[in-house]
Write a protein that binds this ligand. Structure first.
Ligand SMILES: [Zn+2]
Length: 343
């Protein structure tokens, strides 16, 4: 078993989401096509949707997740899954961590976010108290207090000013109506075709400048690396000829080597920076283009997350929502872009 572990194969019963498989006389771990998807989503629910363990269990059961005995998973089974690093493609055997040869279901990053959420003892508040999607996002335009939410006859959800600063007459608004107004804010983030051409051209040009700068730096660094190499070569010959002492050679050549190492690292950083600049630009452009489509397709939790990304602040006067966008979306919101570009 230890030998198997050292070779990267989990030497025991596969956890939920995986199967013990054998091809010929070789035994290994493969994905369980029926369960792998649900198990991956469980991590996402817990980390991204702020679900409690009970909610994760309810959702997973609703999606048909069963244990190997065919029964619905218990709460402790769910917890065991969420704490198991096996799903990142590693495993622990007799106190040692091994890199497994099985396919990872989730990233290390997601796993660590789940562990952090587990440590916080996870969201017990949500169960006793109903939470609303858009509270804490909007302020009253009249008195500056927060807009909070409640239910009417246990049926409709509405939003209103808390009136914490005294009586306030801002009218209340039903959630579906508010959501439509928020959708309009998202819709304003869009780029027409003509502007897209501008942005792409500008991005290319600016990337050229950016790239030229990094290329220049790389050339300079490489010249310095070569100079140090030449110096080292000459000093080596001098040492052979007895012109410089062994001690002097050791000291100097070590110094030059470590400087060369630093320079090479800078070269790498410049190479990477040039790449990142362009990728971030194009990713942002794509996101902005799809913002409203994303909005329409998402759950309320995701809608709220999108608003948190886009909006700096937002006020409601009983009729209209007025928002300030965060950078760089403020430049992409309708009406403001032409101005920036003319400038
Ligand atoms: Zn108010």
């Amino acid at each position: 078993m230890l030998e198997k572990a050292q070779q990267g194969t989990w030497p025991s019963c596969a956890p939920i989401g995986y199967l013990n498989i054998s091809t010929g006389d070789k035994r290994g771990i493969g994905l369980d096509p029926e369960r792998a998807g649900v198990v991956r989503r469980m991590f996402e629910w817990y980390a991204a949707d702020n679900c409690s363990v009970d909610e994760v269990r309810a959702r997973a059961t609703a999606e048909g997740l069963t244990t190997k005995h065919g029964t619905p998973p218990s709460k402790s089974t769910i917890e065991r899954i969420l704490k198991n690093p096996f799903y990142t493609g590693t495993f622990v055997w007799k106190g040692k961590t091994y890199k497994g040869d099985h396919l990872p279901l989730i990233s290390f990053d997601l796993f660590h976010r789940v562990q952090a959420a587990l440590r916080k003892g996870n969201h017990p508040v949500r169960e006793s108290k109903r939470s609303f999607a858009y509270t804490g996002l909007i302020k009253c335009a009249h008195c500056g207090c927060s807009i909070t939410a409640g239910t009417h006859k246990g049926k409709y959800i509405y939003y209103r000013c808390t009136g914490a600063c005294g009586r306030c007459n801002t009218r209340l608004i039903r959630e579906d109506r508010l959501e439509a107004l928020l959708g309009e804010l998202v819709q304003r983030i869009h780029i027409d075709d003509e502007t897209i051409e501008w942005v792409v051209a500008a991005l290319k040009e600016s990337h050229r400048d950016e790239k030229a700068y990094h290329d220049e730096q790389i050339t300079r660094l490489q010249a310095e690396i070569k100079k140090l190499q030449d110096r080292t070569d000459i000093a080596y010959e001098d040492k052979l000829d007895g012109k410089i002492s062994e001690e002097y050679w050791e000291r100097k050549s070590r110094q030059w080597r470590s400087r060369q190492f630093e320079l090479r690292r800078s070269v790498e950083q410049h190479e990477k920076a040039s790449q990142v600049y362009f990728e971030e630009g194009t990713t942002l452009l794509k996101l902005a283009q799809r913002a409203y489509d994303l909005w329409l397709a998402q759950s309320q939790i995701e809608k709220r997350r999108l608003l948190d990304v886009l909006l700096l602040n937002c006020t409601f006067d009983g009729e209209k929502l007025v928002a300030t966008y965060k950078r760089p979306f403020c430049w992409l919101a309708e009406g403001s872009l032409g101005l920036v570009w003319r400038g």
